[in-house]
Each structure stands twice: as C-alpha cells, then as structure tokens.
Design a protein. Structure first.
Ligand SMILES: CC(C)(COP(=O)(O)OP(=O)(O)OC[C@H]1O[C@@H](n2cnc3c(N)ncnc32)[C@H](O)[C@@H]1OP(=O)(O)O)[C@@H](O)C(=O)NCCC(=O)NCCS
Length: 189
C-alpha cells in the first residue's frame, strides 16, 4: 500500500487542502473534529448527517489526502433569506494557523447567490479569542465592519453550565462576480 505523507504546514499555506461541500460520508469525520476541538458543543451524529444532507450548499469541509481536517457549517434561516448564520467551524489542531478556516469561509461565501445582500451572523463565547479573530479577519478581508450584540445568555442554557454566546454581525455585503476574491459591495441595510 502506498503511504501518503501528511501535508506540511508550508503545503497547507500553498493550498494543499481541498475545500468542498460536505457529503453524507463526511458526517462522522465532522463529529470527530467537534469532539477533538474541546470548545465546540457536541451534537449527535444524526444532526451532522442532516447538516451534510440539507445544508451542504452553505457548509464546507477541507480535506488533505482524503482526510477531513476542517469543516464549517452554516445555513440561511428560512425566515431570514438575507442572513447567513455560521454555526460551527473547526480545524484539526495539527492544521491550525495555516489559513484553513479562512479558506473554507471564503469558499462558502463565494458559493452564495450573486447580487444578493447578506449579513453574516455567528455566535462566539467571550473566551474564544481564536474564533473572534477569525471573524474579525474575515470582516477585514470583506472590508466590512464587525459588530456584536446580545446572543444567548448563560440562563438560556440551563441547567447546563455554558458561557454566554455573543452575536456577531458582518455586513451587509453582496458577493460580486470575482468569486475567488469574494469581492463585495457595501449595501444599505
Ligand atoms: C478557530 C479555528 C477554527 C481557527 O482555524 P485556523 O485554520 O487556525 O484559522 P486561520 O489560520 O484561517 O486564521 C484566520 C485568522 O484567525 C486568526 N487566528 C486563528 N487562530 C488564532 C488563535 N489561536 N489566536 C489568535 N488568532 C487566531 C489568524 O491569525 C488569522 O487572522 P489574520 O488573517 O489576521 O492573520 C481553530 O482554532 C479551531 O478549530 N478552534 C477550535 C474550534 C472553535 O473554537 N471554533 C470556533 C467556534 S464555532
């Protein structure tokens, strides 16, 4: 059997990771990444199957040599067609800091319908600096402001002890024709 060496960080920086829409067969790997993340809320395998089936258009996985090393799940709320809610994002610890999260996010945005205005929403706990920096960096790349407001307070998670989740907003923005560059135009809210 031919052994495929793991990608180095340098390879990753040069785009060795393939970013694509998730398939049903990715649900177990996504579940495993959540388990390894130590920060994300764990959901059932069934839930990740549903996400891979019903929200594949707005979700992405990153894989290297056939191994899923990152994912992002998002959806457009049925009653808010101009919102993209980014739900969970994780990259395997060994592949962090190489731009994988940003590549998945920009690929996801590039796949949104053109000429439609979107506001990106995501909730982040105050202690998750890495995640806050990912979204700040995304806002910078898009040339948009990022602002935050109340999300889900601790009491809403009772009886589970859970840090509050702040809601972050980026946009509104419109994805332009240069999909790779994820160009956008500011639009009035
Ligand atoms: C958050 C996470 C997805 C980032 O993935 P990543 O592939 O390492 O992120 P990237 O390399 O694409 O970095 C994107 C930006 O975030 C910043 N960033 C990433 N990790 C960071 C960290 N630990 N501390 C500070 N900044 C960080 C990067 O510097 C970069 O900013 P820049 O463009 O200004 O240089 C990853 O750390 C992770 O899986 N964490 C555990 C799960 C989690 O907490 N998910 C978020 C909550 S849903």
């Amino acid at each position: 059997m031919e052994l495929v060496p793991p990608a180095t960080n340098a390879q990753l920086r040069h785009g060795a990771a393939v970013v694509r829409r998730p398939l049903l067969t990715d649900a177990a790997a996504i579940h495993g990444l959540v388990e390894d993340s130590e920060t994300l809320d764990m959901n059932s395998r069934y839930l990740y199957l549903l996400l891979c089936r019903d929200f594949a258009l707005t979700s992405r996985v990153a894989e290297i040599n056939g191994e899923v090393i990152g994912f992002v799940t998002a959806y457009i709320p049925p009653d808010q067609p101009n919102v993209l809610f980014i739900w969970q994002i994780a990259v395997a610890p060994s592949h962090r800091g190489c731009g994988v999260a940003m590549r998945m996010l920009t690929d996801l945005l590039a796949g949104l319908p053109e000429s439609q205005s979107f506001t990106i929403e995501a909730t982040i706990t105050p202690s998750n600096i890495a995640s806050q920096n990912v979204f700040k960096s995304l806002a910078r790349r898009l040339g948009c402001e990022i602002r935050s407001g109340d999300g889900f307070n601790e009491a809403l998670f009772a009886p589970e002890a859970h840090e509050a989740e702040r809601m972050f907003y980026i946009g509104p923005l419109v994805i332009g024709p240069d999909k790779l560059g994820v160009q956008k135009k500011e639009v009035k809210p």
